[in-house]
Design a protein around this ligand. Structure first.
Ligand code: NAP
Length: 249
């Protein structure tokens, strides 16, 4: 094994499919293990954390990893930081594959906040019907604002959350705009809360909110580690690997 692909995103899966067709670029996919039933992967896959920077350095050395592609979610800040530090320390080339951010256009009513606490504050004091699409691991922050009615959409069950008015729906992306609009209308949503993930598969909720003239609270991306070469598409990541950051034959 010589290429380590840190995954958990659509882009990582797309790159994994490209690499699966390239026996000259042998790779292993790594997942954190957050979703209980991840989609079947086309590459050999390992699941679970490495044990921080030290654990990752040890893994890079023991497995003879020659290049790392960090294609984790834009909000997986700790993994990206660890990858940057471990690769620097082990002398392994690192590429970040990061999809572009969403940006507001005409008709969008966005409030951009720096983090989940900012999103909670931006909801305000008066009770609202909130469509919460921030992932199940971020829900605890909203316990500070129990006056709102929350419609929460996640992939896995949300588990214990101390919110008196929470309705859970479970769906995997991709979503489409008409269905998103219908859902927001049927649930009489006042405001949508989302991370700026930039994913095409989850973008339709923003288009639906714009069509309904609904306000959207957008949590900005966390800072990325400095000095890491970054591309936006799986194609570019493959080209980087082909250009020589790939393993020797
Ligand atoms: P995180 O806070 O940056 O990571 C926490 C820890 O999880 C890391 O320190 C690492 O443990 C382990 N980890 C994360 N990604 C890993 C990977 N690809 N392979 C092996 N270990 C990994 O990340 P997170 O927000 O918990 O996200 C976890 C995974 O879910 C990521 O792979 C990400 O792509 C995916 N995801 C995240 C979001 C989101 O909004 N955060 C959304 C969709 C998908 P050790 O320190 O022990 O190595």
């Amino acid at each position: 094994m010589t290429i380590l692909l840190l995954g958990g995103t659509t882009e990582a899966t797309a790159l994994a499919h490209r690499l699966a067709a390239r026996p000259d670029l042998p790779a292993t996919l790594s997942l954190a293990g957050r979703t209980s039933a991840p989609r079947a992967a086309p590459l050999p896959t390992r699941i679970g954390g490495f044990g921080g920077v030290e654990g990752l350095v040890a893994f890079l050395r023991s497995e003879g990893v020659r290049a790392v592609v960090d294609a984790t979610h834009p909000f997986a800040a700790r993994m990206s930081r660890n990858a940057a530090e471990a690769c620097r320390s082990a002398g392994v080339p690192l590429l970040a594959l990061v999809r572009p951010e969403w940006t507001p256009g005409p008709g969008d009513r966005w409030t951009i906040v720096p983090d989940m606490a900012g999103a909670v504050a931006a909801l305000g004091v008066a009770p609202k019907r909130v469509f919460l699409t921030v992932g199940r691991l971020e829900l605890a922050a909203f316990e500070a604002a129990p006056q709102h009615a929350y419609l929460v959409r996640t992939i896995d069950p949300v588990g214990e959350v101390a919110l008196p008015d929470l309705v859970e729906i479970r769906h995997r992306p991709p979503f489409d705009e008409a269905a998103e609009r219908a859902l927001m209308e049927a649930e009489r949503i006042d405001v949508l809360v989302t991370k700026n993930s930039g994913a095409a598969a989850t973008r339709p909720k923003l288009d639906a909110a714009r069509a309904l003239s609904l306000p959207v609270i957008v949590v900005a991306r966390p800072a990325r580690p400095e000095g890491v070469e970054t591309v936006a598409t799986p194609q570019e990541a493959l080209a980087w690997l082909e250009r020589g950051h790939a393993p020797a034959p």
